[in-house]
Design a binder for this molecule. Structure first.
Ligand code: FES
Length: 157
């Protein structure tokens, strides 16, 4: 979209931000799903912060928007309802519990598999919540399912 040269300080949104809902509504419902450039994204409001991720789990495409949020080692995580994979809301890292067999009494500890789920930038402005379109020059495991379910693919629950 081309804007004519603006005089003064008319507020415009950057063209590419996608409006996903009203701040108050999402604070109330705590989560919503939205389409961002055709892909299904879930926006969570959790303990005073907004987070957005691909809504289809990187493992097999489970519906993260139906999962529970848990605090794990001080990080808010979404637990996929299908096979309980644990994903941090802030970074999209997959966490797993691993043991170090060299310890005298090996205890499982949470460790990161790296960023698996694509996260999206959230902007709150004028009481509206926007999600930035994904940067497709980098790829994540969840992209496969984001593509598969794009534009109204079957919605498994
Ligand atoms: Fe999410 Fe398997 S699909 S844990």
């Amino acid at each position: 979209v081309l804007h004519s040269p603006s005089k003064g300080t008319v507020e415009t949104e950057p063209d590419d931000l996608v409006l996903v809902g009203k701040e108050d509504d999402i604070k109330k419902s705590q989560r919503i799903t939205a389409k961002v450039n055709g892909r299904e994204v879930v926006v969570f409001y959790h303990e005073g912060r907004f987070y957005a991720l691909d809504s289809r789990c990187y493992h097999e495409g489970g519906p993260l928007h139906l999962g529970e949020i848990e605090d794990i080692d001080g990080q808010a995580c979404i637990i996929c309802p299908w096979h309980k994979y644990t994903i941090t809301l802030e970074t999209g890292e997959g966490l797993y519990q691993g043991i170090n067999p060299l310890e005298p009494s090996p205890t499982p500890r949470w460790q990161s598999k790296g960023v698996k789920q694509r996260i999206h930038k959230v902007t709150v402005k004028n009481k509206n919540v926007y999600v930035s379109p994904p940067d497709m020059s980098v790829s994540f495991d969840s992209d496969y399912f984001a593509e598969k379910y794009k534009n109204g693919g079957e919605l498994a629950m």
